[in-house]
Design a binder for this molecule. Sequence first.
Ligand SMILES: Nc1ncnc2c1ncn2[C@@H]1O[C@H](COP(=O)(O)OP(=O)(O)OP(=O)(O)O)[C@@H](O)[C@H]1O
Ligand SMILES: [Mg+2]
Length: 398
Amino acid sequence: MNSSENLFSKFLQSKSIFKNREALTISFSPENIPHREKQINDLGRILAPALKGGRPSNVFLYGRTGTGKTLISNFVGSELEKISENNGQTIKVLYVNCKMKRTADTEYRLMAYLSKMLGKVVPFTGLPTDQIYKAFFETLDEKKQTVILIIDEIDALVEKTGDEILYNLTRINQDLKNSKVSLIGITNSLGFIESLDPRIKSSLSEEELIFPPYNALQLQDILRGRASVAFIPGMLEPGVIEKCAALAAQEHGDARRALDLLRVAGELVERNTEQKVTVKHVDVAQEKIDIDRILETVKAQPRQSQAVLFSIIELAEKNKEIQTGEVYDNYQEICKKHGFKILTTRRVSDLIAELDLFGIINTKIISKGRYGRTRIISLGLSSSIIKKLKKLLYEIFL
Ligand SMILES: Nc1ncnc2c1ncn2[C@@H]1O[C@H](COP(=O)(O)OP(=O)(O)OP(=O)(O)O)[C@@H](O)[C@H]1O
Ligand SMILES: [Mg+2]
């Protein structure tokens, strides 16, 4: 046997524990959607007038991450399209995720994208903005139709392009002769809707649907449904589903997290050519997901923020609790060494607060009696994450 056969033979001989791994990913559309009957029915009721030629109210969906907003809006949207086809009506549901690069980075791009989805190819750059609006508008109004426009992660759109585009979209029906447009706005940023211009807010949220977090028992039902499609029967030890559900319930009832835990646990088993998924694998999966998330966050930070974190990590090797002043002194050294501009204590304080917000460090303010107050910083991470983080930062800085 040659060595490459050796290398892979164990893997080839072991049977996959997965029947359909895709069923645990975000792109999968599950047949059963437990614990969202109310939201499905409410959204159906709101959109139903489209079947009789009316314009459905605009609706705003909000709830924390992983509570099924994207899933339910797409599900109800596609059911509506199906029924309208049978009825000989034209209802089109257009979905856009505003976090997606290149589709909603600018007002122009979004209008070009929407036009394309309506079947009209427009240049992706070059036209003046009013022309692209005109192209979209004309395509929309070419025939009698109701267009439901799902604007997912709508807060990202406003962050990138401002709110003018929403204003224009909420006013569009005034000028349309043949078609009608309804908007479904989705966000997990609870403050977003309050921050909107009141005129836009009132027209966007003619109706509102709230997606509460799932509790552990609901997450178990969701996981069981997906696991039965994903795994070959008998591959999950008792307690695995419960553990994934319990951990995700702590993370504010996030179904995506629950599914990620189960998927990663399964992948660990497969990689190690083990037999079954156990609760231990779920623990390792949790740790792996946390590490990946933290490393990704740190990688995406600007150099200055990485330098502040580097300073904290160096100090944390000697002391469990660190004071802001020490962080700043060490940070200055790092900047000098690497030729970075040195930011003010104020800016560094902001960066420290940000790292806290990302969950990478912990800070607390303590009173030092008549010496005033100071901020104490600690690294609230497991030692294996700190090790990986150190490696990453050393690679960046050394
Ligand atoms: N009730 C449910 N039944 C089955 N799967 C579900 C259910 N709710 C959510 N999911 C699954 O959980 C994952 C997250 O759901 P979804 O993407 O809809 O969340 P979201 O509310 O849009 O989150 P975000 O605000 O982060 O975009 C998806 O894989 C989805 O299929
Ligand atoms: Mg979503």
